[in-house]
Design a protein around this ligand. Structure first.
Ligand code: IMP
Ligand code: MG
Length: 178
């Protein structure tokens, strides 16, 4: 896998430190509240599993999945629910845990969808953001890093379902997907 990576942009130690910081902030902000972390499959799983260990509060977790990009590296814009949440989020504080924000359309859809279940609040925690790619205005309540427009993999993020198990975030060599 390593030979397919052009360069490492965020190494393992930096990711762990960042996730600790985010967890600390979330712990402070949600003290005394019913917190439900909703992880967006599949890219969010590595981030979720590290993040939840750094949130020192009682909490629930659940998973949500939309139709994916397939092998493409740009958004298809097609939205279809593949897996809905099973948790009743009514009156609970929902925090969406997402790997990366590109156009912002995925998150916007999920945000609006979850709001319909009348939770006490809905906020967003994303590990990575590509601000230059946004197609809509989207407010990220917790963010790890802003990055450029390059296609990245690792720490949950894939290309054609591969590279999710890398412990760092790297830029994929262009010849892999062109
Ligand atoms: P959006 O709806 O355009 O914001 O797309 C967000 C989703 O696209 C993320 O949840 C990822 O699954 C995927 N995605 C966007 N950029 C990348 C990338 O650089 N690497 C891997 N997946 C990405
Ligand atoms: Mg995703």
């Amino acid at each position: 896998m390593k030979e397919d990576i052009e360069s490492i942009i965020i190494d393992e130690a930096s990711l762990q430190k960042k996730v600790e910081e985010l967890g600390k902030q979330i712990t402070e902000d949600y003290k005394g509240k019913n917190l439900v972390l909703i992880c967006i499959l599949r890219g969010g799983v590595v981030f979720l599993s590290d993040l939840m260990k750094n949130i020192h509060l009682p909490l629930e977790i659940d998973f949500f999945s939309l139709s994916s990009y397939g092998k493409s590296t740009t958004s298809s814009g097609i939205v279809k629910i593949r897996k809905d949440i099973d948790t009743d989020v009514f009156n609970k504080h929902v925090l969406i845990v997402e790997d990366i924000v590109d156009s912002g359309l995925t998150l916007q859809y999920i945000f609006d969808y979850l709001k319909k279940h009348n939770p006490a609040s809905v906020k967003i925690c994303a590990l990575l953001d590509k601000p230059e790619s946004h197609k809509i205005d989207i407010k990220l309540d917790y963010l790890g890093y802003e990055i450029g427009n390059e296609f990245v993999v690792g720490y949950g993020l894939d290309y054609a379902e591969k590279y999710r198990n890398l412990s760092y975030i790297g830029i994929l060599k262009k010849e892999i997907y062109s």
